[in-house]
Design a protein around this ligand. Structure first.
Ligand code: GMT
Length: 369
């Protein structure tokens, strides 16, 4: 199996890595990751069954941009021949699926091309008129196409004029080894009794990081210094967030923790997770929190209503409705019995509806049928 994915910290790289790891360790396949850098979780996990092949790019001053998709296709064709690849699994239609077709054609071998749609490859890149036709082509010509939520499958079919029923939904999953309630630590909580609200993202505008501050401020107005906000990650809106925190005079209770690798333990050591995104095809961070038993308050957008049952396994609110989000946060933090029922349902959802073994099996079925 060859897996094409982006290495940067983000949901699609995590999911691509975890599928590859499970295919290698649990299912006995040999998996070759290919890209500019290894997926960040691969680090020291290399084995005979799990390898990484770096795509080399030649610097050439005539081009403003190096043709990554073509370099990938060319080097993939060599990989196909050398390692007897049967399946190429592309994460993102663009550009990976196109590189996969080209690599297969150059190799002259019979290889199955599976494409998984994650989000902005469709909703932003693919939906733009400059890329629409090639994205449709990538979807129509893949041997199998999956999307990480029904919402994304539907949006792709309508926006991209793709044949109805062509895209199969296979939900994302988390690896319970990295996300579970046992990871909770008093030290990571800073030995505090305060309720810790947490947000983790790359702090891009699509994550609405200023809404995180606005929601926390409302909660803080009611609950005072019984609550603290911990923000994990770095990104373009960080300084605006810091300025807002200062302007609102809540610096004492807001902590910016930067980029961290102990995400599971940090989430498990919090009490409530905020995800006020403008768009999420799935919202892997929400599932990570649920697997740690931490209730999530998220926007009712994209695939999030498929992950969270409002008032059952977490909370949904309308985009921009800061009041609604804050009201839900205050209500659940002040009612231990309600909090525990949400927590238990969240854990149950993460372990059953989004069970890792079950979902890996769905991918293996797609590879083999
Ligand atoms: O496409 C992006 O903006 C980044 C991408 C990623 O690599 O994490 O996020 C998308 O894929 C994730 C994994 O399937 C989903 O959990 C995210 O919801 C999705 N992001 C958006 O739809 C904005």
């Amino acid at each position: 199996i060859a897996i094409l994915c982006y290495h940067r910290i983000g949901g699609s790289g995590i999911v691509a890595y975890e599928i590859g790891r499970a295919m290698a360790e649990d299912k006995g396949h040999t998996v070759h990751f290919m890209g500019l850098e290894p997926p960040f979780r691969l680090k020291d996990q290399y084995s005979d069954r799990m390898r990484f092949h770096k795509v080399h790019m030649k610097e050439y001053p005539v081009f403003d941009y190096q043709p990554y998709a073509l370099a990938l296709a060319s080097q993939l064709s060599v990989l196909i021949k050398r390692h007897n690849i049967h399946v190429i699994h592309s994460h993102y239609a663009m550009p990976h699926a196109i590189s996969a077709f080209l690599g297969r054609d150059i190799s002259g071998k019979c290889v199955k091309c599976v494409t998984t749609l994650h989000g902005t490859d469709i909703t932003v890149v693919g939906a733009h008129p400059s890329m629409m036709d090639i994205t449709c082509y990538a979807i129509e010509k893949s041997d199998s196409v999956t999307a990480v939520s029904r919402s994304l499958a539907l949006e792709s079919e309508t926006k991209m004029c793709v044949t109805k029923g062509r895209i199969k939904t296979i939900y994302n999953f988390i690896n319970p080894r990295f996300f579970n309630p046992q990871l909770r630590s008093d030290t990571l909580r800073g030995n505090t009794d305060k309720f810790i609200l947490m947000h983790i993202s790359n702090l891009r505008p699509v994550k609405r990081p200023l809404d995180v501050i606005r929601i926390f401020h409302k909660v803080h107005q009611v609950m005072g210094d019984k609550v603290a906000l911990h923000i994990v990650g770095e990104g373009p809106m960080q300084f605006e967030m810091m300025k807002m925190v200062e302007d609102l005079g809540i610096e004492k209770d807001v902590l910016f923790l930067g980029v961290r690798s102990d995400i599971g333990a940090l989430i498990a050591s919090s009490d409530l997770f905020l995800l006020p995104s403008e768009q999420e095809s799935f919202g892997l961070a929400a599932l990570e929190a649920m697997a740690c038993g931490i209730p999530v308050i998220a926007t009712r957008v994209g695939g999030l209503p498929e992950v969270i049952d409002d008032e059952e396994s977490g909370f949904l609110f309308s985009l921009d409705n800061i009041e609604e989000a804050a009201e839900k946060a205050i209500r659940v933090l002040n009612d231990t019995e309600f909090y525990n029922s949400i927590r238990n349902k969240a854990l149950d959802t993460a372990l059953n509806k989004f069970n890792m073994d079950k979902i890996v099996q769905q991918y293996e079925d797609v590879y083999t049928h």
